[in-house]
Design a binder for this molecule. Structure first.
Ligand code: HEM
Length: 408
């Protein structure tokens, strides 16, 4: 196979950071995927201290190359913090093996399936009460439901009063995604968040209370514990990774269903469709579109050489619409043969919160189906996120909600 040293065309011609592309990246993926297995492109970047300027990276848009990169953490390192300014460093997400392996074992001890399952009845009540407050008629589903639900869940898991979720959200936005926030403001929110978690960890050291932060303080393997920056970095990671992502999964799912009233009705009658609707939403409208890696050595990716020390944009969202793996990739279909979507990543860094996210989405959708006979598009068009760096989702999603007679 012929090896190119620099893929063409130039990054100026391929801009994955334009607001219109962030809002709806799929036409760009379709147009670009066939050109080359690797594209040198302008991609969105940021972080609490970052300026939010687009950066240049080698973008992987095909399923095969995305999967290969995820399965080779030695070559495609997650330790990108020297290359892009992120504050704070996120424990696990920015770590490589063997340190990552050790840390993941430590936190897995605290973040157990049992701890998550214990939350299920409470999340069900929370979802029902949010919908009860939402009522009947026109409503913005993001503000009323998709945003508060995951935020309150993560706050509760961490042992922080759920009422503080508005503040959590502003911290989370400053780290995760929103390049529209001025750099100074991002930095000050980032610092407030780090200080907050450091103080919470200190308080739990003095008086453990059985929540996740206490478990992190107590977690120990072979005499080793998480140090404070690592524990803070993990709390921040849970806050940002467990929040916007699940919000966008719920929002994207509600949007897709609002445009498919027939499917909504079928799901109401047949709740076995809830699981497949969640999985197809994750594939079709992946809440996490991309994450960055940095190459540790020169690497040949399907005939294209990527030099050492360069950023690689691993685009899960594009891989999940690759026609080489998914027939009619742009269609929302529940009858797909089993194939691996990469919405939660793969391999070493596979999402530690996938089970929680799936549970929340299941509860959220069942509560909607229980409560509303129909959810249909509102008068105003939905507002897509255009400044987000990694996620795909809506800022507002106006819907008309019609209560079921049983719950009216
Ligand atoms: C629909 C919701 C979610 C999506 C789409 C999602 C997606 C992802 C993806 C793609 C990765 C892989 C990162 C990589 O390869 O670098 C990841 C990792 C991670 N996720 Fe999630 N996530 C979701 C929900 C959650 C929740 C609810 C939590 C926690 C409460 C969480 C915590 C994490 C953490 C800590 C990591 C880092 C794991 C590691 O590096 O070992 N996520 N997630």
């Amino acid at each position: 196979m012929e090896t190119e040293t620099a893929p063409s065309p130039s990054p100026e011609q391929i801009d994955l950071s334009a607001p219109s592309v962030i809002a709806d990246p799929y036409p760009a993926y379709r147009a670009l995927r066939g050109r080359s297995p690797v594209l040198y492109a302008r991609v969105p970047a940021g972080g609490a201290a970052g300026l939010g300027e687009p950066i240049r990276a080698y973008a992987l848009l095909r399923h095969a190359e995305v999967l290969a990169a995820l399965r080779d953490p030695q070559t495609f390192s997650s330790n990108v913090t020297d290359k892009i300014r992120v504050l704070p460093r996120i424990t696990l997400l920015h770590d490589d093996p063997p340190r990552h392996t050790h840390l993941r074992r430590l936190v897995s001890r605290s973040f157990t399936p049992r701890r998550i399952a214990e939350l299920e009845p409470w999340i069900g009540r929370l979802a029902a009460s949010l919908l009860e407050a939402t009522g009947d008629g026109p409503s913005d589903l993001m503000g009323a439901y998709a945003m508060p639900l995951p935020m309150m869940v993560i706050a509760t898991l961490l042992g922080i009063p759920a009422e503080r979720y508005v503040q959590f959200r502003s911290w989370s936005e400053s780290v995760m995604s929103y390049s529209g926030i001025p750099a100074e403001e991002r930095a000050s929110r980032g610092k407030a968040m780090v200080d907050f978690f450091a103080a919470e960890l200190e308080a739990r050291r003095r008086a453990p209370s059985g929540d996740l932060i206490s478990a992190l303080v107590e977690a120990e393997i072979d005499g080793a514990r998480l140090d404070t920056p690592e524990a803070v970095g993990f709390c921040v990671g849970l806050l940002v990774a467990g929040n916007d992502t699940t919000t966008n999964l719920i929002g994207n799912m509600a949007h897709l269903l609002s445009e498919r009233p027939e499917l909504y009705r079928r799901a109401q009658q047949d709740r076995s469709l809830v699981g497949p609707i969640i999985e197809e939403t994750l594939r079709h409208s992946s809440p996490v579109q991309r994450l960055l890696r940095v190459t540790t050595r020169p690497v040949d990716v399907s005939g294209v050489m990527i030099p050492a020390g360069h950023l690689v944009d691993v685009v899960f969202g594009a891989a999940n619409r690759d026609p080489a793996v998914f027939e009619e990739p742009d269609a929302f279909r529940l009858d797909r043969p089993p194939a691996e979507h990469l919405a939660f990543g793969q391999g070493t860094h596979f999402c530690i919160g996938a089970a929680l996210a799936r549970m929340e989405a299941r509860i959220a959708l069942n509560a909607l189906l229980d409560c509303y006979e129909s959810i249909t598009p509102g008068e105003a068009p939905p507002l897509r996120q255009t400044r987000a760096i990694m996620p795909l989702g809506f800022e507002s999603l106006p819907l008309v909600l019609r209560r079921s007679r049983a719950t009216a």
